[in-house]
Design a protein around this ligand. Structure first.
Ligand code: DAH
Length: 347
């Protein structure tokens, strides 16, 4: 094949594939290929020097190229004109498509409801860091040095001295009780705070456990705070949260930072206390831990335990959300599946 013939077919291929998004781009293509100084014109000038016996064939090819370029150019121009007409017809005053509103996360709904209920009893919100040290999470809260909660199996350590346990070990807080210590160290009684937040534990993720979840801690310290005050506050909370027929039951328990300590059950809000699969036919479900702040904790945090007493409680937000919304799989709370989240639009 002669070099000119090859060149013509190359340009033909390019011309057939011309594309333009707007008239300016189309004009640039016209200049490149079809103007007086364009590719096709220069092929025509090369054509003048071609041997006579090749002229007929190459002449025909050149004319075909010229026509193909014009045809593609006209085609693009027509498309662009039609597009512009279409755009001109659009009604710019038309109301836009509705913006889809997001929904409140069920854990936020529950958290805010709890804050609202305790807010009516005078509690304000206090927050603290998720990355904590051993002293604020365990030491000041009367955990013995060898307490199993300090174990690597439960706690995610960020910076830990090997073998020995130190108050400066850095870790992800395993409970929001750490915020209690920060509040006591920085405020004078009377103290009445609610400490919501995320906590972390080294657990395998399943439908019933996660390596992070949410707690709300409550702390009330003043002169003459008694176990009866604790019980009354817990009853008010349970009835505001789960309905006015709800009963509570306090069972003796143990936490290093409270003495006496209790675990609180509410009458099962699913069967009304008669007994069902959810409450394992006992009529009761456990919802939180609580107790009178241990004098050791008060003293460690600089509060005179002879003058002041207090109560504390800690609850899991996911647990309350499960009871309210009957979510069977804990993982749903953190998977961000829109089909799950949308169900709480009107909650
Ligand atoms: N910190 C406890 C936990 O994570 C919950 C708790 C129980 C907090 C009793 C309290 C309390 O303040 O009094 O399991």
């Amino acid at each position: 094949m002669s070099p000119l013939k090859q060149h013509i077919s190359q340009i033909l291929e390019q011309v057939q594939q011309m594309q333009a998004q707007n008239m300016d781009e189309l004009e640039a293509l016209r200049i490149k290929y079809m103007s007086k100084k364009g590719e096709i014109a220069s092929l025509f000038s090369e054509f003048r020097d071609v041997a006579a016996d090749e002229k007929k064939d190459l002449g025909m090819q050149l004319n075909e190229l010229k026509n193909a370029a014009q045809e593609r150019f006209d085609q693009i121009k027509e498309q662009l004109t039609a597009m512009r007409e279409q755009q001109d017809k659009q009604d710019l005053t038309r109301t836009p498509d509705p913006i889809e509103l997001g929904t409140r996360h069920p854990l936020s709904l529950v958290k805010e409801k709890i804050i609202d209920i305790f807010g009516r009893m005078g509690f304000t919100v206090a927050e603290g860091p998720e990355i904590e040290d051993d002293n604020h999470v365990f030491g000041l809260l009367n955990f013995a040095p060898e307490h199993p909660a300090r174990d690597m199996q439960d706690t995610f350590f960020i910076d830990k001295q090997k073998g020995v346990q130190s108050p400066d070990d850095v870790l992800l807080r395993t409970h929001t009780s750490s915020v209690q210590t920060r509040v006591m160290l920085s405020q004078k009684p009377p103290i009445r705070v609610l400490c919501p937040g995320r906590v972390y534990r080294n657990e395998a993720i399943s439908a019933r456990a996660h390596c992070f979840f949410h707690q709300i801690e409550g702390l009330y310290i003043d002169r003459n705070v008694s176990f009866a005050d604790l019980r009354q506050a817990m009853l008010y909370f349970a009835q505001e949260m789960f309905g006015h027929d709800t009963k509570i039951r306090l069972r003796p328990s143990y936490f290093p930072f409270t003495e006496p300590s209790a675990e609180m059950d509410i009458s099962c809000n699913i069967c009304g206390g008669v007994g069902c699969g959810f409450c394992k036919h006992t009529g009761w479900v456990e919802i939180l831990g609580c107790g009178m702040v241990d004098p050791n904790v008060l003293e460690a945090c600089g509060i005179d335990s002879k003058q002041y007493t207090g109560y504390a409680f800690g609850l899991g937000v996911e647990r309350i959300a499960n009871l309210k919304f009957r979510v069977k799989d804990l993982r749903l709370f953190s998977e961000n599946d829109i089909r799950f989240l949308k169900q709480f639009e009107s909650a």
